[in-house]
Design a protein around this ligand. Structure first.
Ligand code: FE
Length: 350
């Protein structure tokens, strides 16, 4: 092949590239910059469907909640983030207090998400919305516990469970939200007394995440523990022999069914304060509450949809049974973490 021929091909290729490049890098291509603490593989389809429906490309930054919040705070006004997705009311409320969200008005969101599942609303729209729910339940070792004796979160502080209770750190948002909710129902001093009782019942110092609590109950290291529902369901759906063996050893209790109901928390999100692509951000939030997206969100992490018409279609999750839920507004639970943090410091639940 002659050098002149190769040169001709080179020029043709360069011309083609120059002609087509703008199509792929046009500045007006609609994009959405998503900061998400959700990191479930099943969320992939959720995001690609949005792009298919709207033509809006999603740039995703995924990290732990704390890392995302830190990043947003340090980026300040220059943050490229449009939407921030977090888990737990405690963290959503923290982001709200830090001024990371802006209120939005959307007839779609307001008609599909009940007021009790929205963040701060000063009349200009809510700053954040729940997009899925999970509950915090009590799990127990079948060999060592008579489940009839444990009916409430309060029972975790009872004398019968001396040396038998495992928990993660009280400073974790999942615990702060639960303890905060308790204080809304019982008052601060009764909740502190309860927390002191739980700490006195520890089988070991707090450590690990919810999955570790489930394993510790299965192994007999402790008789009872607390977990978010999706960790339990994930383990129930697992095919590994270790998980199957662990699940066979445990049972679960829906707490407080004769009083205020089981503690329910959320994952959720909102449009960030300085969103460069505000329109796209609102469209994305509205998309997240469509029936289809709600099913993806719920099934991806074994949670419940927040929209009544969405179908969970998750037999393992359904096998946990129907239960009474605590209907404290989620924003109130988020705010109650201030009281909860004081309580855990005073009782040494770290
Ligand atoms: Fe979690």
């Amino acid at each position: 092949m002659s050098n002149r021929f190769l040169a001709a091909i080179g020029i043709a290729a360069a011309t083609l590239t120059a002609a087509f490049l703008p199509l792929y890098s046009h500045a007006a291509d609609p994009v959405l910059n998503l900061y998400s603490a959700r990191h479930y593989q099943t969320d992939e389809a959720l995001y690609s469907n949005f792009t298919k429906q709207t033509g809006i490309r999603i740039n995703r930054i995924e990290a732990g909640d704390e890392a995302l919040l830190e990043r947003l705070r340090s980026e300040g006004r220059n943050s490229p983030a449009d939407v921030l997705l977090l888990v737990d009311a405690a963290r959503l409320w923290r982001a709200q207090i830090d001024g990371l969200f802006q209120p939005i008005r959307s007839r779609v969101l307001d008609s599909r998400i009940p007021p009790s599942l929205r963040g701060k609303d000063d009349g200009q729209g809510a700053e954040w919305y729940a997009i899925s729910t999970r509950a915090r339940l009590i799990i127990y070792n079948r060999a060592s516990v008579n489940p009839g004796n444990i009916r409430t979160y309060q029972d975790l502080a009872g004398a019968a469970l001396k040396g038998k209770v495992c928990t993660r750190s009280g400073a974790h948002p999942y615990m702060l939200s639960l303890i905060g909710a308790m204080s809304e129902h019982l008052g601060e001093s009764a909740t502190e007394q309860w927390a002191r009782g739980v700490v006195a019942n520890f089988a070991r110092p707090p450590r690990g995440g919810d999955s570790d609590q489930i394993k510790a109950v299965a192994s007999g290291e402790c008789a009872v523990a607390l977990t978010n529902t999706y960790y339990l369901v994930r383990m129930m759906r697992s095919e590994t022999p270790e998980d199957k063996a662990a699940v066979a050893k445990i049972g679960w209790i829906w707490p407080n069914q004769s009083s205020w109901g089981a503690h329910v928390n959320v994952s959720g999100g909102g449009v960030t304060k300085n969103a460069p692509n505000r329109e796209a951000a609102i469209k994305f939030m509205e998309y997240l509450v469509s029936d289809q997206a709600q099913s993806y969100l719920a099934n991806g992490n074994n949670e419940w949809p927040v929209v009544a018409s969405a179908v969970a279609d998750n037999p393992t999750l359904a096998s946990l049974g129907k239960f009474k839920t605590d209907d404290l507004p989620i924003a109130q639970i988020g705010r109650a973490q201030i009281t909860a943090a004081k309580i855990i410091d005073r009782v040494g639940w770290r």
